[in-house]
Design a protein around this ligand. Sequence first.
Ligand SMILES: NC(=O)c1ccc[n+]([C@@H]2O[C@H](COP(=O)([O-])OP(=O)(O)OC[C@H]3O[C@@H](n4cnc5c(N)ncnc54)[C@H](OP(=O)(O)O)[C@@H]3O)[C@@H](O)[C@H]2O)c1
Length: 227
Amino acid sequence: MSTAKSALIIGASRGLGLGLVRELLQRGWDVAATVRDVVHPGELADLPVRIEPLLLDDIHSQDRLAEALSGSRFDLVFINAGIYGPAHQSTIDASLADVGQLFMVNAVAPLRLAERLLPHLDGERGVLAFMTSELGSVAGNESGGMALYRASKAALNSLTRSFVAELGETGITVLNLHPGWVRTDMGGDAAPLEVHTSVKGLADQVENHAGRGGQFYLDYQGTTIDW
Ligand SMILES: NC(=O)c1ccc[n+]([C@@H]2O[C@H](COP(=O)([O-])OP(=O)(O)OC[C@H]3O[C@@H](n4cnc5c(N)ncnc54)[C@H](OP(=O)(O)O)[C@@H]3O)[C@@H](O)[C@H]2O)c1
């Protein structure tokens, strides 16, 4: 029987999700990962991982994933997938569809998925990680900018706090992680951090916090962020 730790990474076709898969494999973890399009999983196809389909904002897709994973147990479930929303980021110009999709993908759907996947997480040392952003900090918002994206991550943070409050006594640790500003399709070319630097730090936080219990809002270097 394998004694390797096991992870499920949600949203691993590219960017930070793909980077996390690579980093955990390097550390000897068994990794399962989800992509929207299993026919075209991109670079994930070349890695020794179990690939499952998931459209995060589709409840039926979430049900199918939970069913496909029946009998699986993970030390880490990392809900990474996210979107930026409309480029203008303006509350004046945003349509109902823009706002609905942004808040569903970034805030509501991750919590729905967390509820479904909780039975698959190790109850004593399991880590449930949400990829949030420092921009989701209400306390830290002194500059404004990226208003809609920021609000969607603040909503994610708020929903995770409700989730943890209602979880009751458990050994599970919940991490709200900020990856830094990272050079991905979302982060853009001006971002100072490479994916491999960010994911190394994120994996360190996961390994350092397993078994602690409770909830932490941290960046990839382990620095606490004010809610
Ligand atoms: N990059 C940064 O500087 C930065 C900073 C702070 C926080 N973050 C957060 O980090 C996470 C990953 O960002 P990234 O920079 O790696 O972004 P990215 O390169 O744009 O990748 C986004 C990932 O999310 C998946 N995804 C998007 N919508 C989905 C949906 N409805 N269902 C399933 N999967 C979906 C994408 O899949 P497809 O390939 O199928 O589209 C892709 O794998 C996001 O939550 C983001 O908000 C990033």
